[in-house]
Design a protein around this ligand. Sequence first.
Ligand code: ASP
Length: 608
Amino acid sequence: MKRTHICGRLNEELIGQEVTICGWANVVRDHGGVMFIDLRDRSGIVQCVVNPQEQPQAHQTLESVRPEFCLQLSGTLQARPEGTVNDRIATGAVELHVEQAEIYNASKTPPFEIVDDLKTEESLRLQYRYLDLRRKPMRDLMELRYRITKSVRDFLDSEGFWEIETPLLWKSTPEGAREFVVPTRAQPGKAFVLPQSPQISKQLLMVAGVEKYFQIARCFRDESARADRALEFTQIDLEMSFVEQDDVLDVCERLFGSIMREVKDIELQLPLPRITYAEAMRRFGSDKPDTRFGLELADLSDLVASSGFKVFAGAIESGGQVKAICAPGCAAYSRKQIDELTELVKRFGAKGLATFALDETAEGGVRSPVAKFFSPQQLQQIFARCEARNGDLILCVADNPGVVAQSLDFLRRELAERLNLIPENSFNFLYLVDTPLFEFKPEEGRFTYMHHPFCLPNPEDMHLLDEGFTCELPLSDPNHPWARIRSWLYDLVLNGVELSSGSIRCHRRDVQEKIFAVLGVAPDDVQRRFGFMLDAFEYGAPPHGGIAPGLDRIVALLAGIPGGNIREVIAFPKTAAGTDPLTGAPTEIPDERWTELGLQPLPQIPSS
Ligand code: ASP
């Protein structure tokens, strides 16, 4: 070994000992001949002193040292002189008096300082990620990620799961997202794809009798990257045989119990709360509700349906809703503040926000541009439904249920931020259950799946699957049997972020074929795209199910990364625009490579 100790562990107990440490010069100071070098390795920083009188040779070697030079330093550990102890660092009571030194490698001046609170563009950090990762906050994130991954492996191992790798070169089997295509020289004109998740492979492992599988699995989706989404990301992918929904939820919540205990020293209250999809949409307008704060939605539809306010009455008449949020203590919001919030909800299709400010000094106890359309009794009913008190502001949206839900969900989160209602360091996990299996897409005139095509209907609703084929109601009718099928599909939500979806799967060919028929996939297409999976189901496929929590999101949330930006917790991420500033990828490839793949790039379209 080139070193006897690591920098961050040098302390008073080692005073007087000869030590050799290695690392990078963090800060270099020259105090009238005596040099101070703060040496940094993965474990921390220690101050090293080089005295030219006492150690002329070491001093000569180190004279040229600048930040980020890579060094080996040997000497005696001593107590720092009185008055120079630094309580802010773990090694602040000691310093190394250097006797021998070696420069392993010089460093150019880095493009940014290696400091904790670096403020520079993300693309520069990503271009020099190997320097960015030298910073302590980034090292801490990498370690946290490792700790979480290790705790996952330990827990699942103790539960009898086997970690099995599945192929990255896979077949195009659409699951919803756009796939990365990987052409191959051996078969010009044909291509593999990178898996969007190991969904089908893990199901085949269940047919293979593995019973309990997991993988820290890389997934690829050729979609626009967002703060909480990347082109490649990692899931804790699980699958189990001979289980029902409760079994999967039980393992998964105990897994999170163990992560939280080991990594955050927090004891999760188990079982986790469960909320049905319908209740989540009703109370929060979202299928991933943030329950760290209240501001629940109040449905005013029945109270205002017959009011003289055309906007409300009209919305309800055309099948819509009127719902509201009560913002505590916001009655004094200015016109400008309300206009600002109105602009925000307009992004979700809302036409506006109707408001009631409860102010006992105003006539009738309320200030509202629309109060005149309501009788005093109706107003009282509205206030009571919203549980509003003097000083509160009621904000209402009237529209179709989708627009109402999206607008108020956004408004709820926005107000919680503005009003500082989100407690720090709280981790509200919940399961969302009883999600419908299908969702009707009016623009396409057909049903689509809520999660992916492999989810099993709740057995109690299995008859609805058959009834749908002969039902005379239009597909768009909310009473169509297919619209009423509940699934065994579940989501794990943390602080308003969907960490994971999972389901009990179809394990019989006939059921899976019916699902594809509902989704409008032609039988030929089913055979061509999924035939290998359906064939496997004919060899005694066991009932099975699983879940796949997103590792990047978990790390980002547990680390409290603002905005949940998962790029912060990935060692070498792509930018939001899907490029890699470090390598310059994706890059052009030479014409002859295209030719051998049986492909030809289109001429470059000049960007305008
Ligand atoms: N493969 C699914 C996904 O990527 C997760 C699952 O159903 O287990 O969302």
